[in-house]
Ligand binder design. Structure first.
Ligand code: ADP
Ligand code: MG
Length: 587
């Protein structure tokens, strides 16, 4: 249905045209006409279906601009969402001369908000806590409020805003329109509706439409210690440009952000403990593409709408099934295609099944890439870069250098090989790759034996497949939901994954991640010296040391780990502050 057939004002129709929406989405089509009559309504639709405009357009039409009073109040669970909703409303009200929309939320100077409120705002979008604050201070005058809208009502209840919301609702004039929008209609929402709404219309989108058809969903079976490395592989092999990575805790968000930096990425992080200034800055950076990876908790990313997010990575399986839908809804928006990748450990497999049952979607199993695939991928990418480089006109200035080498008896071919080796250095360290893949049962083993290297790759992967997306497992029987769990467990491949080999070369040893590497000019001797000197252990107690460019791994008997971590706290190696983490999944 077209917007102009929904009985909207010409100004709003013009604004919608200038934004570029051609047709109303189903939730908009169903709810806008009802909301325009002033009736109470509870609406449920999946994430990414345009709920903001569904309530935003009627809110704009509801306002009488000639009365300089707040007439519509919109509550949102987070600051980011309040900002986003107010921004969208401002766009929709672009041609409504004099209509003012104001966002108020905690973390921002209240004085400034008081000034803005005094000046007058027809529509106020805010978080519950700050709205109560303004009601208490009488800086928000509720006497003309004739419409209240709760966006993401279920999430606000989940976040513990129930009392705040009830308090706000009881303070508003009785004569008003009360609107709830929610991704689910869980009992607490219905209870809220019953208590505060007057004969509401309930508009529902059935469960089976809940997941987003524009998102291709994959999962990887991994061990905790592999997760960050697998994430970097997912990014590489899918050529991801803009992505969100979700973790379940703030701590994990920070950890993953640091680890990705160690891998040479440029991530930014978002969670509830950040100051408002930081949060706004982070979102701006992400929106402008100044950072292409946003690592976040659920709370921080709720409802966030950034165009062009090509993938969502669930570093942790969400604790709440609902959040799975919300997370992956950050990609595949507005008709674009997106991908989601969920990292699942063996004991979380049941959660994945629950998600599939709930969303009625198939989450396809993807295999972690083999070393051969990574090499082939990097070769490909490098070849393209070389070709591009060769086409550049001023490339000749380097010819002198070649001449100099020639005089020393070094051939152009030798130089080329040296440069290639430098370029591919990540992959020139079989040690590291073996460790990554040894968890994967047969394939890791095969790789170590070396005999039939590449066999798997030749069978499994034509190159096009690789670039289009993760390699599918191919065995449809592996998909969850296809057959009951019991029969799956008898599957040989699955059983192998249940008895992974120890990650370290010696099970009695812990593997520590140390944030110094070759670029810090670290040698094994430096690490032994520091550990022995500062933590008072014997050099001979230290096991294998693997030094990579930006970090190193050090094996240590489990019972010495605490001593070393204590001893090294606030210490430096070669002038660099040391951060040590246990990396073998035992944390
Ligand atoms: P929800 O709140 O349901 O998760 P949003 O309101 O954030 O969804 O909208 C999701 C995306 O769809 C936004 O980028 C929005 O601009 C876009 N959108 C909304 N309505 C339409 C429409 N009628 N046609 C095309 N795109 C739309
Ligand atoms: Mg929304």
């Amino acid at each position: 249905m077209l917007f102009k057939d929904l009985g909207l004002s010409p100004e709003v129709v013009e604004a919608i045209e200038s934004i570029g929406y051609s047709e109303a989405t189903p939730i908009q089509e169903k709810t806008i006409p009802i909301l325009m009559t002033g009736k109470d309504l509870t609406g449920q639709a999946q994430t990414g279906t345009g709920k903001t405009a569904a309530f935003g357009i009627p809110a704009i039409e509801h306002v009488d601009i000639s009365i300089n009073q707040t007439q519509s109040l919109i509550l949102c669970p987070t600051r980011e969402l309040a900002l986003q909703v107010s921004t969208e409303l401002k766009k929709l009200a672009k041609f409504k001369k004099g209509l003012r929309v104001l966002a108020v939320y905690g973390g921002e100077s209240i004085e400034r908000q008081i000034k803005d409120l005094k000046f007058g705002a027809h529509i106020v979008v805010g978080t519950p806590g700050r709205i109560i604050d303004h009601l208490d201070r009488r800086t928000l005058n509720a006497s003309h409020l004739s419409q209240i809208i709760l966006d993401e009502a279920d999430e606000m209840l989940n976040m513990g805003f129930r009392e705040d919301i009830e308090l706000i609702l009881t303070r508003l004039p009785e004569q008003r329109q009360t609107v709830l929008f929610s991704a689910t209609l869980a009992p607490p929402i219905l209870a809220l509706a019953k208590r505060f709404q007057n004969n509401p219309e309930i508009i529902k989108i059935e469960r089976k439409e809940l997941t987003i058809s524009t998102v291709e969903q994959f999962y990887y079976l991994v061990r905790n210690a592999q997760k960050t490395e697998i994430v970097t592989q997912i990014i590489d092999l899918n050529n991801l440009q803009l992505m969100l990575i979700f973790c379940n805790t703030k701590r994990k968000v920070e950890e993953v952000t640091d680890e990705l930096k160690a891998y040479g990425h440029n991530p930014i992080s978002l969670h509830g403990d950040k100051t408002q200034r930081d949060r706004t800055e982070v979102m701006n950076k992400f929106r402008k593409g100044q950072a292409n990876i946003l690592v976040a908790t659920d709370v921080a990313a709720r409802g966030i709408d950034v165009t062009g997010v090509d993938a969502v990575i669930n570093y942790d399986v969400p604790l709440d099934i609902e959040n799975y839908v919300h997370r992956i809804g950050r990609t595949g928006r507005a008709g674009q295609l997106g991908k989601s990748f969920t990292l699942v450990t063996n004991d979380e497999k049941y959660k994945l099944r629950d998600i599939e049952r709930y969303t009625k979607a198939t989450i396809e199993k993807a295999e972690t890439p083999t070393r051969q695939e990574l090499v082939a991928y990097k070769k490909d990418k490098l070849a393209t870069r070389i070709t591009t480089e060769l086409e550049k006109p001023n490339i000749k200035i380097w010819a002198d250098l070649l001449e100099e080498y020639k005089e020393k008896g070094i051939t152009a071919e030798q130089i080329a090989i040296a440069l290639l080796s430098k370029e591919m250095k990540d992959l020139a360290e079989p040690e590291r790759r073996e460790r990554t893949f040894e968890d994967r049962g047969d394939r890791g083993g095969r790789f170590e034996r070396g005999g039939d290297r590449g066999g798997r790759f030749e069978r499994g992967g034509d190159r096009g497949d690789r670039r289009d997306g993760p390699r599918r497992d191919g065995r449809s029987s592996e998909r969850f939901g296809d057959r009951p769990a019991a029969s799956r467990d008898r599957d040989g491949g699955e059983r192998r994954e249940r008895t992974p080999r120890p990650r370290t070369s010696d099970a009695s040893m812990a593997r520590l991640f140390v944030n110094v590497g070759r670029i810090d000019r670290i040698s094994p001797g430096d690490i032994v010296g520091a550990f022995a000197g500062e933590a008072n252990i014997k050099g001979s107690q230290i096991g294998q040391i693997d030094i990579f460019d930006k970090y190193s791994f050090v094996e240590l008997p489990h019972d010495l780990v605490d001593q070393v971590m204590d001893g090294m706290r606030n210490n430096k190696i070669k002038g660099k502050s040391i951060n040590i983490e246990i990396s073998n999944g035992k944390q």
